[in-house]
Design a protein around this ligand. Structure first.
Ligand code: LIP
Length: 271
C-alpha cells in the first residue's frame, strides 16, 4: 500500500481514538498507578490502544505492534524488519487525568526499524500532525516548518522525565541554563505534542532526558520533516529500539550550534 493511503488510514484511526479520549468521563475512578513516580494509566489508555490495534490491523495486516499499554512494551528482534506500529494511545496521561490540555494520540509506522510515517492527533483542538519520510510535515494538511530564529529569540520546551528521579537535577539544571540563553521556558507534559510544537515553528529546543519509543517516534519524524535536527542529548542519531534521551533543535538553533548539554553545561549526557 502506498504511503498516502497508509497515512490516510492511520489518520482516520487517530481521529477515532481522539473521539474516545473526548468521550471520557469519571477518569479519576478509572485510573491506576504504574511503576515509577507519577506514572499512571487509565482505562481510556487501554481502551484506545485496543481500538488502535484493531483499526490499524485493518490498515496494514502484516505490521507488528508495540504499544505503551500492551504489557510487554519491549522491543523484539523481529521488529527490526518490516512494518511496526509504535503507539502511545494517550501521550500526556497525567495531563489527561488532570484536565490539563493537551493529551494526544501518537502513532508511528516504522519500516525496517526507522520511522516511515508519523501521525500525532490533538482531539481538543482537532489538530492532525502528519509526516511521511522525505515528504515534509503537515498540520491539518498545511505544510509546516521549523523556527528559523536563533536561541536568544526562541522558547525552550522540556519534559521532566518524571518517572526517573535520578534525572531531575540535570533536567532542571539544563532548564535553568537555557533560561539565560533563550526567551523563556515552557513545559507541556507530552513529548509527542512538544515535538509537533517544534515542527510548527513555535519552539527552538525541546529536550527530555529519557523517553520511551512510543512517546517520540511519530513526533521525531514530524519534527525532522519540518526541518528540525532531532538527536539524543549527546547529539547522536535517535534509536528506536530502546528508551533514549531526545533533543530537538529548530533549524535556526541548529545552524547557530552549541545548544547541547555538553555545550551549555559542560556535561555530556549519555543514554
Ligand atoms: C509522557 C511523555 C512526557 C513525559 C512523561 C510521560 P505518557 O508520556 O509524553 O513527555 O514527560 O513522563 O512519559 O506516559 O503520558 O504516555
Amino acid at each position: 500500500m502506498d504511503a498516502e493511503k497508509l497515512t490516510a488510514g492511520i489518520e482516520a484511526a487517530a481521529r477515532r481514538a481522539g473521539a474516545i479520549m473526548l468521550s471520557a468521563s469519571d477518569i479519576e475512578r478509572k485510573t491506576s498507578e504504574k511503576e515509577g513516580h507519577g506514572n499512571f494509566v487509565t482505562e481510556y489508555d487501554k481502551k484506545i490502544q485496543a481500538f488502535l490495534f484493531d483499526a490499524l490491523r485493518e490498515v496494514l495486516p502484516e505490521a507488528n505492534f508495540l504499544g505503551e499499554e500492551d504489557g510487554a512494551g519491549n522491543f523484539r528482534e523481529e521488529y527490526r524488519k518490516g512494518y511496526l506500529f509504535v503507539i502511545d494511545p494517550i501521550d500526556g496521561t497525567a495531563n489527561f487525568l488532570s484536565g490539563f490540555r493537551p493529551s494526544v494520540t501518537s502513532i508511528a509506522l516504522l519500516k525496517d526499524g526507522e520511522p516511515y510515517i508519523g501521525v500525532v492527533y490533538d482531539p481538543y483542538d482537532d489538530l492532525m500532525f502528519t509526516a511521511q519520510r522525505g515528504k515534509g510535515a503537515f498540520r491539518n494538511g498545511e505544510r509546516i516548518h521549523s523556527l528559523e530564529r536563533d536561541l536568544a529569540h526562541s522558547l525552550v520546551d522540556f519534559g521532566t522525565a518524571p518517572y526517573y528521579p535520578e534525572l531531575q537535577d540535570l533536567t532542571f539544571a539544563l532548564a535553568r541554563r537555557y533560561m539565560n540563553l533563550a526567551m523563556d521556558i515552557r513545559h507541556a507534559g507530552t513529548a509527542a505534542w512538544d515535538l509537533c510544537l517544534m515542527a510548527q515553528g513555535s519552539i527552538g529546543i525541546f529536550y527530555e532526558l529519557k523517553l520511551e519509543v512510543w512517546d517520540f517516534a511519530a513526533g521525531a519524524l514530524i519534527a525532522e520533516e519540518a526541518g528540525c535536527r532531532v538527536t539524543d542529548a549527546a547529539g547522536l542519531p535517535l534509536t528506536y529500539d530502546r528508551k533514549t534521551s531526545v533533543m530537538a533543535a529548530s533549524a535556526g538553533v541548529a545552524r547557530e550550534g552549541c545548544y547541547l548539554p555538553a555545550d551549555v553545561l559542560g556535561i555530556n549526557v549519555k543514554n
